[in-house]
Ligand binder design. Sequence first.
Ligand SMILES: Nc1ncnc2c1ncn2[C@@H]1O[C@H](COP(=O)(O)OP(=O)(O)OP(=O)(O)O)[C@@H](O)[C@H]1O
Length: 273
Amino acid sequence: MLELDKLTVRSRQRVLVDEVSLSVGAGEWLALVGESGSGKSLLSQSIGGLLPAGIEASGSIRWNDQELMQLPARQLRQLRGKEIAYIFQDYQGAFTPFRTIAQHMNEYQSVHGEKDRQQRRQRNEQALESAGLSTKLLHRYPFQLSGGQLQRAAIALTLLLSPRLLIADEATTALDSVSGHRILELLRQKQQETGCAILFITHDWRHVRRYADRIAVMKEGKLVESGNRHRVLDHPRHPYTQQLIAAAPMLERSEPMLRSGLAPLERLEGQKS
Ligand SMILES: Nc1ncnc2c1ncn2[C@@H]1O[C@H](COP(=O)(O)OP(=O)(O)OP(=O)(O)O)[C@@H](O)[C@H]1O
C-alpha cells in the first residue's frame, strides 16, 4: 500500500534520512522506533509532503499506484486527510482557539468535498461518539476540553474521512498513562473497524509490544532493522536493536514468555508431545 524506496531527506548541511526503504501493508500496524534525532519524524512528514522549509526529500514514495514525490501540491493536499491522515503529539495545534469542535469538523469535511450539512452533522456526531466523547462537546471550544478529551477530538477529526493510513507521531507522549492507553485502544478499535494501516512512531516499547504487527528501527537516519514483532523483539539482529530492547525495562524476559508475549517454540512443542 505504502512503499518507500531509498527515501533520502537532506538539509543544506547534511543527510538526515539516508536511503530508507520500507513498506506498510493494508491494515498493518507498523511501529517506527529509534533514538531521538534518528529521522523518524522527517520520514513520516515526507510521506504527506509536510517537510519543514529548507528540508528536501528524494527517492520514491509510492502510495498504491501513485508516486507521491511527483504529485502536484494540490492533489497531495487532497490525499492528506482523505487517504493519509496524521495525529501529532501537539494535538492542540489541530485546533484554533475561538472555533468550536463542530466548526473544525465541518470545515474539515467541506474542504474535502462534503457539502451536505445534514451528512456532515451526522458524521461529526458518529466520529465523536466512536472516540468515546459526548456529542455535547461539539459546541464547546478547544480550551473547554481536557488534554485527553482534546486528543480524542483530534483523533475523531482525523478519522472523519476514514483514511487508509494513519500516521501517529508520538501521539500519546503528552498524555498521562491512562489517557494514553485509551487513545491507543481507540486506534486499535478503529483499525479493526476500518482496516486502516497505522504508522506509529514511539519511544515506548510497551506500546510496541502490545500493538505492533511489525517493527522498524532507525539509527542516525538509517533503517537498521525491520521485521515482524516476534522476530524483532525476541531475536533482534542488529546490535543497536539489541541495545534498545535491553534498555527497555518493561521488556525484561518474564519466563516462560518471550518479550513479544509469545511462548517459546520449544515450550509449545513440548506441550504437543
Ligand atoms: N527543520 C530542520 N532543519 C534542520 N535539521 C532538522 C530539522 N528538523 C529536524 N532536523 C534534524 O533532523 C534529524 C532527524 O530529526 P527527526 O525529528 O526526524 O528525529 P526523530 O527521530 O523524530 O526524533 P524524536 O524521537 O526526538 O522526535 C535531527 O538531527 C534533527 O536535528
